[in-house]
Design a protein around this ligand. Sequence first.
Ligand SMILES: Nc1ncnc2c1ncn2[C@@H]1O[C@H](COP(=O)(O)OP(=O)(O)OP(=O)(O)O)[C@@H](O)[C@H]1O
Ligand SMILES: [Mg+2]
Length: 255
Amino acid sequence: MRDLSPDLPLVADATRPLGPAQLAVQDISLTLRGTRLLDTLSLAIQPGRKTVILGANGAGKSLLLRVLHGLITPDSGAVSWEGGPLDATARAAQAMVLQRPVLLRRSVLGNLRFALSVRGVRGKARVAREAEALARAGLSDLAHRPARVLSGGEQQRLAVARALSTQPRMLLLDEPTASLDPAATRHIETLVTEAHKAGVSVVMVTHDRGQAQRLADDVVFLHKGRVAETGRAAQVLHAPRSPEVAAWLDGRLID
Ligand SMILES: Nc1ncnc2c1ncn2[C@@H]1O[C@H](COP(=O)(O)OP(=O)(O)OP(=O)(O)O)[C@@H](O)[C@H]1O
Ligand SMILES: [Mg+2]
């Protein structure tokens, strides 16, 4: 598949030439039950960046994230990973964390072990990665506790650490701190920031303006299944060009 990024006007500014996209969608549309939920949407996500997706409830953020992770195939349009198709190999280079983490009925350690085993990580390498993930998540003392009795913040830390244990090149997160208190939120943000420093590209959905300001390099603002605005975080969050972002920053609803 050809590289989609040169055609895409997104997340670019005059001072920074647009490099090849790591992940790109072009003119994707998705209709479910007669409603067009994603509407000729195009987006190029640059490698090594933290991209934050914002938008009102129902804007299509979670659907877009599912498309980016290959869980949903759009009705039309193209999705590409590093200039090629978003195939199984490409998907294995990504890891996704959902708003409500899906943890197995196993111990904390068992959840990590399973995720690594299905990716063929065995023996000493697996033990080392398990220990690293436990330490990273601050869960070493809880390794043998059933994952499902962890607190919300602990569960989310486990979900992020489990995702990172697979050594993805891109981490996708859907509102990972939506139900967490400020301290738990900061802990997740630290995990994400450290992963980014280690070279992982980050794509994160949030409703939290402060979080977007803390984390985002680039912002994508969705409105009714379309990109209303995208660009550097400082520009979009402080000098929005679209009425949709201006309204969102003011806490106003817009049709
Ligand atoms: N399987 C489905 N069938 C029909 N409609 C769906 C389906 N999944 C999502 N939708 C609709 O698509 C729209 C976008 O949903 P999505 O979950 O992507 O929104 P969102 O931006 O993530 O919102 P929120 O901020 O509330 O999480 C919503 O109107 C939702 O009702
Ligand atoms: Mg959502």
